[in-house]
Design a protein around this ligand. Sequence first.
Ligand SMILES: [Mg+2]
Length: 171
Amino acid sequence: MYKHFLPDEYVKDIYQITPEKLQEQGIKGIMTDLDNTLVEWDRPEATPEVIEWMKLMRDAGLKVIVVSNNHEPRVSTFCQPAEIPFIFEARKPLEKGFERALRLLELPKEEVVMIGDQLLTDILGGNRFGLHTILVVPVAKSDGFVTRFNRKVERRILKGLKRRGMLDWEE
Ligand SMILES: [Mg+2]
């Protein structure tokens, strides 16, 4: 059961993820979570750093789409000014949102990575859907209401993974 929660990679933040590294692995498309992955969950707009990172990926020929469980106003307010395609109310870890995103990317699963800060939604969903998965440390220490509950469960899973020597990560 634990293996579904195990990301293929884990890094401190999105800026450790470079087009070169992804392309070496045959990745051509990126699905990324929004809240606490790209920016703090309560920051409405993209930072210059995020916009720069997106540009870096796109200039290298990688397609990027935001796949968020958050509602439409939150996700569109963030994505539209930066011209990032997005899926809102994706209901990760369920398949539907990933399917919609995959159709928009027009790529096979094997060429897509899912980046996110939550094991229960981003990593579990990405793994089960058959994507490459990268876990990042949450940008902010705090979370929105639903996520606060998920984090409690997540901490127990992280402990389990560490105990089994499957994950070696100190926050
Ligand atoms: Mg998140």
